[in-house]
Write a protein that binds this ligand. Structure first.
Ligand SMILES: Nc1ncnc2c1ncn2[C@@H]1O[C@H](COP(=O)(O)OP(=O)(O)OP(=O)(O)O)[C@@H](O)[C@H]1O
Ligand SMILES: [Mg+2]
Length: 287
């Protein structure tokens, strides 16, 4: 019981879960969309960015960006440092507001009019480079906390895991390959395992879209291979957008690759197509 109380205390303390305490949450449009399961992709992509512009102090970080992500696809985004890849994710998640342009989730949700909280609640999950896990809690408890943060089971501060929810956590443990570590404290995991745990914490919330920025930074070769399998296995059920510099890794998972350069799409296609594109070659070789 003490452990459970501690968990609840952590949830109250930690800003990640602040929104659970927000009485107004169920009335927010994003939340309602999730509760009703409405992400309308019948006539188009799941993510739709068109003519998007963002300038920071006059510098155009995003310049007439057009990007269309299909439901269930695995999209890789590459591009040199400063190309606008992270800024693009900031725009999708509501962290950065575009100066102009259209950003839609499905047909009906205008992401430029939704808060970061609403966007997350609507089903767009983002994995940060520094995992937001609870080091003192076990792997299982971390997944449990993430599940409780799922707006579809709101309000859930004092809920008990149902059989279905336990199954969901077990499935996530299998997906992220941490079954043997379920009762280990998160702090005891390897760097790579921590990254997978965070992905698991997103997965239990059933996001429609998962945004992953530089997932293999600092990973061993084996962890990198495992991460490639993990992300590939998530596609289909989720749309997965991966930003990464490591070309060998990208090649191992790539279907469609988008090359960003100076805030704009320079090329798009299969890995072979973009690698042989003279514009891409020139950007990467700095000619
Ligand atoms: N909040 C901000 N304020 C000012 N400039 C910013 C801000 N965020 C990003 N920039 C600038 O916008 C440009 C694009 O940055 P961004 O981080 O999106 O690039 P990136 O493609 O993710 O690069 P990297 O591969 O190095 O991660 C950079 O020149 C960066 O310095
Ligand atoms: Mg970046």
């Amino acid at each position: 019981m003490k452990a459970l109380d501690n968990l609840r205390e952590t949830m109250r303390r930690d800003r990640v879960f602040d929104f659970m305490l927000d009485k107004h949450a169920p009335a927010m449009p994003g939340t309602r969309a999730v509760i009703e399961g409405v992400v309308d992709t019948t006539h188009g992509p799941i993510l739709y960015l068109e003519g998007v512009n963002v300038a920071f102090d006059g510098f155009k970080a995003i310049n007439d960006l057009n990007l269309y992500i299909n439901d269930g696809e695995l999209r890789c985004i590459i591009g040199p440092n400063g190309a606008g890849k992270t800024t693009m994710m900031d725009i999708i998640t509501g962290k950065t507001r575009p100066d102009s342009g259209t950003v839609f989730f499905g047909q009906t949700m205008d992401l430029t009019r939704m808060s970061e909280y609403e966007i997350a609640a609507a089903g767009i999950g983002r994995k940060f480079q520094k995992p937001t896990i609870f080091p003192e809690h076990t792997v299982f408890q971390n997944l449990e906390l993430a599940l409780q943060a799922d707006k579809r089971v709101w309000p859930s501060l004092f809920f008990k895991l149902s059989g279905e929810q336990k199954d969901k956590i077990d499935q996530a443990l299998e997906i992220i390959n941490l079954q043997a570590e379920r009762d280990l404290r998160a702090s005891q995991l390897s760097h790579g395992q921590k990254q997978w745990l965070e992905i698991g914490m997103l997965v239990v919330q059933n996001p429609r879209v998962l945004l992953v920025d530089e997932p293999i930074a600092g990973m061993t070769h084996q962890e990198t291979e495992r991460t490639a399998e993990l992300l590939t296995s998530l596609a289909g059920k989720h749309s997965v957008v991966v930003v990464e510099h490591d070309m060998e890794f990208i090649r191992s998972i790539a279907r469609t690759v988008t090359v960003l350069h100076e805030g704009h799409v320079l090329a798009e296609g299969s890995m072979d197509e973009v690698q042989n594109d003279p514009r891409v070659v020139s950007v990467y070789l700095g000619e």
